[in-house]
Design a protein around this ligand. Structure first.
Ligand code: HEM
Length: 339
């Protein structure tokens, strides 16, 4: 169901969490960098999913890495979720997107909860908590607040912690988001697409799955005891890719009876079968950053035959919200958008 007024309200809600949002830019994941490379499916991939990019041939891919914040100020070294939006370029100019972030789960299970969460996440002035306050919080099993960074005046952390204390479903993601740190490189973080999708295998069997990217170079964050550096992630990627390519494995976790199929706040048991669906090789930072980063617009509903959305209401809400955001910021429309 496409509801333009809901899409507008969702984008407004996201913007309300970042008072310094600049019109013409993304309201969240604002700072980013576009890179390019190719994806090669694994030998087993086609038996699990008949989608074109899993058929075995090399498929060109574009990726936009981003910081999660909607602020135009770049604070690479701050604790923040990171994004990895991937476009697989298919035959005849068609495309499919996979949008992922460094949290394993999302904050809320429904659209109503999303509006309440964004209200709770609005920024309030930050101050360093006393050690006694931190100990008291820990004794009461409350997550202590992070100390503000030098120059940081406001944050949404206090509100999201209050929200998580009242809503059990938000606790896993709010805790992760509060302690995730900063990666040493955009290609040294694991990214999760969070929602359940339904894939069809070559035998016609439909399976509920969740996708994640695993960095071949391993996961590594910066030393939190050192002062944070505001700008290093883009330069690191430029220098790294000049020397050698960066690789990610695309993992697909297969759901079983009883797993949450329409709730992105619920993890699946860790022992669920994981299949390697292929390898993404990133070869260079794209020269035209206007096209590959600023103007490109991803949508989790840009899917191809063989991959269907689940009934997850958050996934459904994102379809219109991303399109609304694209239009507001003058992003490039995808002529092959089949959503
Ligand atoms: C109701 C829930 C959500 C809403 C309303 C929302 C909204 C948005 C909007 C408006 C944008 C900017 C789109 C653009 O201008 O192109 C965006 C970007 C993004 N979102 Fe979400 N989002 C939601 C949930 C999620 C979830 C569950 C994930 C986890 C995978 C996610 C990951 C991202 C990423 C990585 C980007 C940056 C994409 C890029 O590089 O272009 N979002 N989101």
């Amino acid at each position: 169901m496409d509801d333009p007024s809901l899409a507008r309200a969702l984008v407004d809600a996201v913007i309300s969490d970042f008072p310094d949002h600049e019109p013409g830019t993304r309201p969240i994941h604002t700072i980013g960098i576009g890179v390019e490379g190719y994806f090669e499916a694994s030998d087993v991939a086609p038996s699990y999913c008949i989608a074109e990019h899993f058929a075995g041939q090399r498929v060109p891919a574009s990726v936009r890495f981003s910081n999660g914040s909607g602020s135009p100020e770049q604070h690479d070294g701050w604790n923040d979720v990171r994004g990895m939006a991937t476009r697989f370029h298919l035959k005849d100019g068609a495309a499919t997107d996979l949008i992922a972030m460094t949290l394993g789960e999302f904050f809320v299970p429904t659209v109503k909860d999303f509006f309440e969460f964004t209200k709770a996440a609005q920024q309030t002035p930050v101050a360093k908590e006393s050690p006694w306050r931190k100990i008291l919080d820990m004794l009461r099993l409350k997550i202590p607040l992070n100390d503000p960074y030098p120059g940081q005046k406001a944050s949404g952390d206090a509100g999201t912690l209050v929200y998580a204390n009242k809503h059990k479903f938000a606790q896993l993601s709010v805790f992760q988001a509060g302690s995730i740190g900063a990666p040493v490189s955009y290609v040294r973080a694991a990214y999760h697409a969070v929602h359940t999708f339904i894939v069809t295998g070559s035998d016609g069997v439909r399976r509920p799955v969740r996708f994640s990217w695993k960095p071949v170079a391993g996961v590594r964050t910066t030393d939190p005891t050192q002062p944070p550096v505001d700008s290093y992630l883009q330069e690191e990627l430029r220098e790294r890719l000049k020397q050698w390519p960066a690789r990610f494995l695309l993992m697909m976790q297969i759901g079983e009876t009883g797993d949450a199929l329409d709730d992105p706040t619920q993890p699946w048991p860790a022992h669920r079968i994981r299949v390697i669906m292929g390898t993404l090789t990133l070869t260079k930072v794209t020269e035209d950053q206007q096209a590959a980063c600023e103007r490109i617009s991803f949508n989790p509903w840009r899917l191809v035959s063989g991959i269907e959305p689940s009934d997850d209401p958050i996934l459904h809400a994102r379809k219109g919200a991303y399109e609304e955001s694209r239009q507001r910021r003058g992003g490039t429309a995808c002529p092959f958008n089949r959503s």
